[in-house]
Structure formats: C-alpha cells, structure tokens
Design a protein around this ligand. Structure first.
Ligand code: ATP
Length: 473
C-alpha cells in the first residue's frame, strides 16, 4: 500500500488515479452525515450522505420552482414520480448551481438527475447552445438524446407561441455536414455529443463554449481511461473552465480512486473548489437485487454449458457478453466442431457464427441479436431499437460496447461467456440488469469460468463486495 503527500499527488499523471494497486490519501476529505441542504466550505470536497426521511418526497416537490411544469408533467407521464436515491440527493445541489460528481450504482437514475438540471438551466427562447452532454459511445448518445427530447417536448408550444427546446445528437458516425449547417443556421439548445465529433466542431469554431452553462460528462471514468479520448476531454474541460457561469457534472457508477479524481478536478480547475461528491450506496456498488453465480468448466465445454444455463434459467431477456479476443477462440472451436461447415464458417465473421450457433441450438429464442464494435452504426442502431421495440424476450450477444450506459430495462439475465477484464468491467456488465429502480425482482449474473479463472472472480468479489454462488451441472 502506498501513500502520497499532497505535493506528490500533484505530480502524478492523471491516469494514475485509476491504478487499483495504489491507495491515495487526499487532504481534508470530509465523511460525516449531513442534512440535504448543507453549507459548504470552499476548501473541502463534500461527500454527502442521506439523512432525511425520503419516503414522502415526490419528484414534483423536488423540482418545484426549478423545472418547468411541462417537463415535470412529461416525467410523471412516463412513470418518474418518486425520485431515486441519487436524484433525491443530487438535485438540491445541482439546482443550487454546484458542480457535482454523481457516483451511484448502475441503473440508479443518474441520467434523469443531470437532465432535470440541464432542463432547469436552459432557456429555449435563446438561440444558443446552453448545455453539452458528452458521452463515450454513439449508442449511449442516442439513448440520452431520446430521453432529453422526450422530457423537453412541450405540447403547448403552438398555443403559447414559445419555442420548444431543441436537442442535437452530435455523434460519431453521424452526418457532420448537416450538423454544421444546423449549428450555423440556428444553434440547438442542448447538444449530446461524442468527444470526437464535438472536438471537430469546436476546432472549426462552429460550436463555441462561451454560451454553454452546463457541461455533463457521462461515464467519466471510462472517458478518462480511454487513450483515444482522454486528451480531447482534458482540452475540453480546460477550455470550459474559463467560462464564467459554468456548471460541470460528472457521472458514473464506477470512479476508482474517486478521492484522487476529486482532487484532480479541483487542481486542474475542471470543477470549482466546492464540488460536491454525491456518493450513493458507497459500500454496495451494484444493485442489491442482483444474484451472482458462476459455473466452472473447461474452455471446450463453454458452449454446451451456456446452452444448459439458458435451458435451465429460461431467461426473460438476456445479454451474453463475449470479449473480442475470447470470441475468436470460441469460433475457432466451433469451426473445428462443425467440420462439415468449416469452409463456410471460416469466411463468416466470428460473432455471426456465435449467433448462428445459438439460433440453431435454441428454439425458444427465434431471434438472437448482435451488438459489437465491428458493425456499422446503422446496424447497431437497428439492433438496439429492435430490442427496445419488442417489449422483452430477447437474447443479445454483445461485446463490451453494450456494457456502458445502455439501458435495456427488461434484461433479467447477464451471462459472462468469458470473464470480464477487470472488476469495473464486471460491474458495468452486471449493471445491464436490475435496472428498474423500485423493483426488487431478482436478476441474475452468471459467469462461465475455467478453474484457473476462479481466483480472478474472487478478486472481483472482494473489490466489489459481493458473493458468488457456485452452480453445479
Ligand atoms: N425516478 C425514477 N422512477 C422510475 N424509473 C426511473 C427513475 N429514474 C430513472 N428511472 C429509470 O431507471 C433506469 C436506469 O436509469 P439510468 O439509465 O439513468 O441509470 P444510470 O444511473 O445512468 O445507470 P448506468 O450507470 O448504468 O448508466 C432507466 O430505465 C430509467 O428510465
């Protein structure tokens, strides 16, 4: 275990805060229960703990005086009536203009928390980009855009003569030319963007930060951990830090070494010094309705094992996570097994083969869907909207592109066909299930592992503080 002084901390590179082997000590970190509306000391990071009895507070009461009536009504119509824990804790701080780090379980409703703040700040009558929401993937961007548009839509726009809030999805794989014209002709109120496309617009001065009042970075740890995105993100945060009336919101279910992260936020001026760390369920980073299980088998037995599990569980809707590298191994095995079809198999993409294998082996799911990096953007979008439109009953084979932020609330079972690369990855894969905030219906996360991988899973159990039950077949 290593400890660093405050001066040493300043000299560490950004990425070191995510090093799981290093424990950092940050100065003046406060941990004590505080009432919801607390006063702040500008020199300290505040970590909030809920002490107020929350059972009677509605989302309407929480948003009263901050969020427009039509937004609240729309939220109620889609079933957002009672705030989740993170919404209850974060919204008072967000509405009072504080920079916030929303650090709460997967599926806990962080998106609605920051969107309500965004919608409370922007003025739809002003023709300027007033809020920026940065996301790591096109898929998450489309999802956030959809929820934002749904909440922002004003049904009485025509009667009142007031313009509705406009939302642009500026995402990798989109039509940047069209977005350029849109931004020049009439800037949207809110932009949901992936960092690559956003930077192109900023560099060409087609989009400017000076009118922006709220910047949200969703899945912030993922973005900082991505060698492709980290430098652009840092540049964005640095230039945004010089804006006058700014608010910065970071969100994720996993912020490894969060004290170090908060320290860096203040040091680098990515947030103001009175940034609030809203840390919900800090000792339980995954929803409690998840039941974790594992089966041990040889590598060559993984396919029949997966089939047995699917037959025994008969899942309502499931996602099977396969890593790219493991997938290649699996397909080689499949190709070898199905020697008669080996020539044909050799020419097909490996993921397609897995889908075909499952389709042919399992009658109940006539449709097995696929979501992976190698698919083009339209295919990926089609795959997701098919799943969302079907009302459940799906089986999705996915790579880790589906592990972050994707909201498919009908998912009841997760299968780790291969073991995730680290505990954070386990947490986000597992978090694709158990996404109904007020339901305690059991959902299952099952890892198919070899005997050598048992100790790796044990490490995840220790790190994430959960227990895995062994299944025997
Ligand atoms: N107040 C609420 N009442 C009922 N359902 C809600 C509420 N807030 C959010 N939800 C629903 O909970 C689900 C999870 O919300 P959301 O996607 O915001 O989670 P998240 O915290 O961002 O998760 P992740 O860390 O996995 O991205 C969504 O299906 C959303 O519609």
């Amino acid at each position: 275990m290593a400890y660093f002084s405050a001066t040493q901390l300043q000299t560490l590179s950004w990425t070191s805060w995510i090093n799981p082997n290093v424990t950092y000590r940050t100065p003046k970190l406060l941990f004590y229960p505080k009432p919801l509306r607390a006063s702040f000391s500008s020199s300290n990071v505040e970590t909030t703990t809920l002490t107020k009895d929350s059972s009677t507070t509605t989302l309407r009461e929480l948003c009263y005086g901050h969020v427009q009536e039509h937004v609240i009504r729309r939220a109620e119509e889609v079933g957002y009536v009672i705030p989740t824990e993170v919404q209850l804790q974060a919204l008072p701080f967000l509405f009072s203009g504080h920079d916030c780090v929303l650090h709460a379980q997967t599926g806990s409703g962080k998106t609605l928390a920051y969107l309500l703040q965004v919608l409370s700040v922007v003025d739809s009558q002003r023709s300027a980009v007033q809020a920026l929401i940065v996301v790591p993937t096109r898929e998450l961007g489309m999802q956030v855009t959809k929820v934002t548009r749904m909440l922002a839509a004003n049904p009485s726009e025509h009667e009142s003569g007031l313009k509705s809030c406009t939302v642009m999805a500026l995402l990798d794989g989109g039509m940047l030319k069209r977005h350029k014209s849109w931004l020049k002709a009439e800037p949207p109120t809110i932009v949901v963007a992936t960092i690559g496309s956003l930077c192109q617009m900023l560099e060409k001065h087609i989009l400017k930060l000076d009118t922006c009042q709220v910047l949200v970075v969703d899945e912030v740890d993922f973005m900082f951990n991505s060698s492709k995105e980290v430098s652009s993100l840092k540049r964005l945060l640095t230039s945004y830090s010089s804006s006058k009336n700014r608010q910065t919101i970071f969100a994720s279910a996993s912020i490894p070494q969060h004290r170090r992260f908060l320290y860096d936020c203040m040091q680098q001026k990515w947030t103001r010094a009175d940034v609030v760390h809203v840390h919900v369920n800090s000792v339980e980073p995954m929803p409690s309705c998840l039941h974790h299980r594992f089966v041990i088998c040889n590598r060559t037995e993984k396919n029949p094992m997966l089939l047995s599990l699917l037959q025994t569980d008969s899942p309502g809707s499931a996602i099977i996570f396969v890593s790219e590298q493991q997938l290649h191994t699996l397909i080689l095995m499949l190709t070898f097994e199905q020697s008669g079809k080996s020539k044909k198999a050799g020419s097909a993409p490996p993921t397609t083969l897995l889908v075909d294998f499952l389709k042919s082996s399992r009658g109940r799911f006539s449709d097995v869907s696929l979501l992976e990096e190698d698919m083009n953007f339209n295919q990926r979008a089609a795959s997701l909207s098919e799943l969302r439109g079907g009302g459940g009953g799906y089986l999705l084979v996915a790579t880790d592109i589906a592990a972050r932020g994707v909201d498919l609330p009908e998912t009841t079972h997760i299968y780790n066909f291969d073991i995730p690369k680290d505990a954070v990855n386990y947490l986000h894969r597992a978090g694709r299930t158990g996404r109904k905030p007020f339901s305690d219906k059991k959902c299952f996360v099952t890892s198919i592992i070899t005997v050598e991988e048992r100790f790796v899973l044990q490490r995840f159990e220790n790190e994430l503080m959960f227990c895995c039950e062994q299944l025997f077949f």
